[in-house]
Design a protein around this ligand. Structure first.
Ligand SMILES: [Zn+2]
Length: 225
């Protein structure tokens, strides 16, 4: 990982904001061109910014918002019931950013976006509780786990992991490593190699990789710049 250079070269020093506006300024100063924290509580906004402070530049999305604002800005569809998603990431070529050109038209370009379900899950704990509940139910039904991490604090890091692998494509080797990881742990989210990367990325940067086997940690050491 490289820490050298200007303000958009993560990782950076994190300072918690006391207002949503202040949190947007932090995000903007730290690599998110179009932060939209309207409708997001300060705890979620700060948790997003904390994640932002830990990740390399390629993991930083161009746009972030809660679900409702994300839909307005991207015409995106989550496609899940309101309590059945936590965060989402997407790639879009058209973005309506309220703070600049929301009604006058869309920005055209190449945008990585992240949505956080801050309407349904107002606190980090509420995400953790829901994920633990789903994890337990899944275990009862299948004998396997579903998530690697149920802690809601890792949600923004997971989504930034998707942003990172959208920009820096996962090598063929990752398919083999993540398949081995899934087989050894029986954590079913890891069956999907893109989800496995996002889970691994979040644990590596948020939890010192404590839940990662050595071969996954080694991969992250090399792959995360
Ligand atoms: Zn994911």
């Amino acid at each position: 990982m490289s820490g050298a250079g200007g303000i958009q070269q993560g990782p950076v020093q994190f300072t918690p904001a006391t207002s949503i506006k202040e949190a947007e300024v932090f995000a903007k100063n730290n690599g998110v061109k179009y932060p939209e924290f309207t409708g997001m509580g300060i705890e979620q906004a700060n948790n997003f910014n904390l994640a932002l402070s830990k990740v390399p530049t390629k993991a930083k999305p161009d746009f972030v918002a809660n679900g409702a604002e994300w839909k307005k800005a991207t015409d995106g569809i989550i496609g899940r019931k309101k309590d059945q998603w936590y965060g989402a990431s997407s790639h879009t070529i058209s973005l309506r950013y309220k703070n600049e050109v929301y009604l006058s038209g869309a920005l055209e370009g190449d945008f990585q976006t992240i949505a956080i379900n801050a309407r349904q899950y107002k606190t980090i704990d509420s995400i953790s509780e829901r994920k633990k509940y789903i994890q337990n139910k899944y275990k009862e039904q299948t004998g396997n786990s579903f998530f690697l991490n149920t802690n809601g604090k890792f949600l923004p890091l997971h989504e930034m992991g998707h942003t990172y692998s959208n920009k820096k494509y996962l090598p063929k080797k990752w398919e083999e490593l993540s398949a081995r990881w899934h087989k050894e742990t029986k954590i079913d989210l890891l069956k999907n190699n893109r989800e496995a990367f996002a889970e691994g990325f979040a644990d590596y940067l948020g939890n010192d990789g404590k839940k990662l086997p050595s071969y996954i940690k080694d991969f992250m050491d090399d792959f995360i710049e």
